[in-house]
Design a protein around this ligand. Structure first.
Ligand code: URA
Length: 209
């Protein structure tokens, strides 16, 4: 994503050549104001060299506290779909386009707030370096924010989902919905939407040996 964030530059480019070094550097990221209210940076997790990288939007309330991506309700759905597709979660690298939790307070509850383009752009270099260092053979972009960061532009999720395309030489791209979408659809559509998501995730299986 080449878009300018308007914030100070992101330090990812000079943050070392291993995922661990990158993760450590990201802990102090001040590239946009989201760090101020978040508990911590929630960096990606999984083996470097993982064949598949899953990209979400941003940590939620539980991820912000745990310091790990996709451990809340959306994470449970994702983990369930991975297992149903025969993909062990620990074999893939799971990360987010934005590494700090953005929220608004409603009473005592911290309600998720969608990151704006400038925040996605400010965080983009972390994702770019994660892709370089993990070097996956498939990137799964889940939802609009992930697509925006991975492609550097918006793309219609429903029109693009479930098809393997090329991200870069030797790296395929799969677009699908964000698992939290499955939590929001009306009750009567939940099973069908989960099945569609599972069909998409199953396409990743052939990349995991
Ligand atoms: N939603 C995301 O996009 N990422 C998480 O880590 C959790 C929920």
């Amino acid at each position: 994503m080449k878009a300018k964030s308007g914030y100070a530059s992101n330090p990812a480019e000079h943050a070392g050549n291993t995922i661990e070094a990158l993760r450590n550097a990201a802990m102090d990221c001040r590239a946009c104001p989201l760090w101020e209210r978040a508990t911590q940076t929630v960096f990606g997790e999984g083996p470097s060299g993982a064949p598949v990288m899953l990209v979400g939007e941003q940590p939620g309330d539980q991820e912000d506290i745990a310091g790990r991506p996709f451990v809340g309700p959306a994470g449970h759905l994702l983990t369930r779909a991975l297992a149903a597709a025969g993909i062990p979660r620990e074999r893939v690298y799971i990360t987010n386009a934005v590494k700090h939790f953005k929220f608004e307070l409603r009473g005592k509850r911290r309600m998720h707030k969608k990151p704006v383009d400038a925040e996605i752009a400010a965080c983009h270099d972390w994702l770019k370096r994660e892709i370089e260092l993990v070097a996956p053979r498939l990137i799964v972009a889940m939802g609009a924010t992930a697509v925006r960061s991975v492609l550097g532009r918006a793309a219609p999720i429903m029109g693009s989902r479930g098809k393997l395309t090329e991200y870069a030489s030797g790296i395929a791209l799969l677009i699908t919905v964000h698992p939290s979408f499955l939590l929001r659809v009306p009750e009567q559509d939940k099973d069908d939407e989960y099945d569609r998501f599972l069909d998409d995730i199953k396409l990743a299986k052939s990349f995991v040996r």
